[in-house]
Ligand binder design. Structure first.
Ligand SMILES: Cc1ncc(COP(=O)(O)O)c(C=O)c1O
Length: 391
């Protein structure tokens, strides 16, 4: 007779048994709920969703829009999104056949990967990478092939390093820029080289561009808008970060019709449709959200400059994060502690929470992720505590 523990793990699929728990989640369990802790650990805006967006959703519900929508999502929102993407990046998605609304980029990522990956297919991913990339690839039966990126290059992935890893099993490259956790962005020049590689080896690019609107002093390059790339790119975008809508669970996919149809096959069974009230909120966000985006972005920019300069003054090696709202300093050289040791000691001694870099892959192990989407007074206090901790 097997003991209970074995029986339990036998009940769980091998794919799930192989999956590690999210490093971030493990860290939060360790964090507890001490009210004196300043948390720079959560990747979430400290702003509330702009009130006009909230009102649009509540009015939609009061007007009786409480049922499912089309599996693809409200055509009105798809049309708005399609025009919006065209005005930003000069690329046109047909709202009828090339756009799908999802429950956040989280769902979009999962169903995009599952729609294209067969067991054994390899997916190349620049690392440090967003925590969900590896698990969704493994769950689809794919093989995760990380390519380390470095602080010295502002965490831009080297196209040659990508090409070296390509085998006949390589199916896709998953690019997440602006990057969570590093704040890194990609130059157009490097993206063009990746586009050439994708064409040469007939690869699909999954481009997670959730943070496209949160870039500072530069222009975001939409991968799908590069020459010839629309046909082989699955564009993932969303509302969580730039519109401060993490709880609404709204994202989207843009892809050529055949690929979109394949992704939609999964979506219709696992999700049916994106949350209806959130879709009405999305229409308002796209139609009247620009001023709020700019206001939040300019706040983040001030905080970014402050945090980077404070970390540099303390003596950390820091890259210049030009996107998202994260900084990913290297902590080992200055403190002789790896990211885990640093984060735990900082929390214990000074009650500041940051995320150990290895939560985002092995290559992040001497770093920590600091999210600067917190209020300026909190950031000022947190930086003072970090300085005290180091000295
Ligand atoms: C790079 C990246 N992709 C996807 C997600 C998931 O976002 P959503 O809230 O749209 O599901 C996140 C959330 O932190 C993220 O940072």
């Amino acid at each position: 007779m097997k003991n209970k523990h074995n029986v339990m793990s036998d009940m769980i699929s091998q794919a799930v048994n192989r999956m590690p728990l999210s490093g971030i989640r493990a860290y939060f369990e360790f964090l507890g709920d001490d009210k004196n802790v300043i948390s720079l650990a959560v990747g979430q805006p400290d702003f509330e969703t702009p009130i006009n967006i909230v009102k649009a959703a509540s009015e939609s519900m009061l007007n009786g829009h409480t049922g499912y929508t089309s599996n693809y999502g409200l055509i009105e929102l798809r049309e708005h999104l399609s025009n919006h993407i065209e005005s930003l990046y000069d690329i046109k998605y047909d709202p009828n056949k090339e756009m799908l609304l999802t429950s956040g980029v989280s769902e979009a990522l999962d169903i995009a990967v599952r729609a294209i990956i067969d067991p054994g297919d390899e997916v190349i991913v620049p690392e440090p990478a967003y925590v969900a990339y590896k698990p969704v690839i493994l769950l689809a039966g794919g093989k995760y092939i990380p390519i380390p990126t470095y602080i010295e290059n502002d965490f831009m992935v080297d196209p040659e390093a990508i090409e070296e890893q390509i085998t006949e099993k390589t199916k896709a490259i998953l690019l997440g820029y602006p990057c969570n956790p590093t704040g890194g962005v990609m130059s157009k020049e490097k993206l063009l080289k990746i586009a050439e590689i994708a064409e040469k080896h007939d690869l699909i690019i999954i481009a997670d561009e959730l943070y496209d609107r949160l870039v500072y002093d530069i222009e975001h390059v939409c991968f799908a808008a590069l020459p010839n790339m629309k046909k082989r790119t699955i564009l993932l975008g969303g509302f969580s970060k730039s519109y401060a809508m993490t709880g609404w669970r709204l994202g989207y996919i843009g892809a050529q019709a055949e690929i979109l149809e394949a992704i939609m096959k999964i979506h219709q069974y696992v999700m049916m449709s994106a949350p209806t009230a959130a879709q009405y909120a999305g229409i308002e966000a796209i139609s009247n959200g620009e001023n709020e985006i700019e206001m939040m972005k300019s706040e983040y920019n001030k905080r970014r400059q402050f945090v980077v300069s404070e970390l540099q003054k303390i003596g950390f090696k820091v890259s210049d994060p030009q996107g998202a709202f994260y900084v990913f300093p290297e902590v080992k050289s200055l403190t002789n502690k790896d990211g885990n040791e640093f984060a735990q000691a900082l929390l214990k001694d000074q009650k500041v929470a940051v995320v150990p870099g290895d939560a985002f892959g092995e290559s992040g192990k001497n770093h920590v992720r600091i999210c600067y989407a917190a209020s300026m007074p909190q950031l000022i206090e947190a930086m003072a505590r970090i300085e005290k901790f180091v000295s």
